[in-house]
Design a protein. Structure first.
Length: 160
């Protein structure tokens, strides 16, 4: 299991938390927990509601930063990529309160992640609003990449 210093180091190297002070990174590390996902375990399930009883379960609503291992990302049953150390998922559900947008399933070697629940995340934003700035940059970059992908798909194939 990862210790606090390893978690702080991983958070510091993640674009979502880039540029934050060690004090803020330690605060984030103190507010989360390490979760283990065995081979084939689901980390998130597309369409899962984050309201109702799940909101009050021990897991609550969490975002994850991958510490070790990897996982497959599927949307609508189609593979959408892989995640590995330094990648994070679930932040959209923490921000907008909507259902999970993808299914994440641990690979054969399993996956270890640092989990931050909704309440710790909200507290973090209230106490350290500077966290929102890199998050907005990352989300904007993802939106632009997604828009570029859609635009590229609409372009007619070049004739030979």
């Amino acid at each position: 299991m990862a210790n606090q210093e390893e978690i702080v180091k991983q958070l510091a190297s993640t674009d979502l938390f880039a540029g934050l002070t060690r004090r803020v990174l330690r605060h984030i590390a103190d507010g989360g927990r390490v979760r283990e996902f065995g081979p084939g375990d689901q980390m998130t399930a597309e369409g899962d509601s984050i309201s109702g009883w799940h909101k009050f379960s021990p897991d609550g609503v969490e975002m994850y930063v991958v510490l070790t291992g990897s996982g497959a990302v599927t949307v609508g049953g189609a593979t959408h990529g892989k995640i590995g150390p330094g990648d994070y998922v679930g932040e959209l559900a923490l921000i907008d309160g909507n259902a999970r947008s993808a299914t994440i399933q641990a690979s054969e070697e399993g996956l270890t992640a640092f989990a931050i629940n909704k309440w710790a995340f909200d507290e973090l934003l209230e106490e350290h609003p500077q966290v929102a700035v890199p998050m907005l940059r990352v989300l904007c970059a993802r939106l632009r990449a997604s828009e570029a992908e859609v635009t590229a798909q609409r372009q007619p194939a070049a004739e030979s």
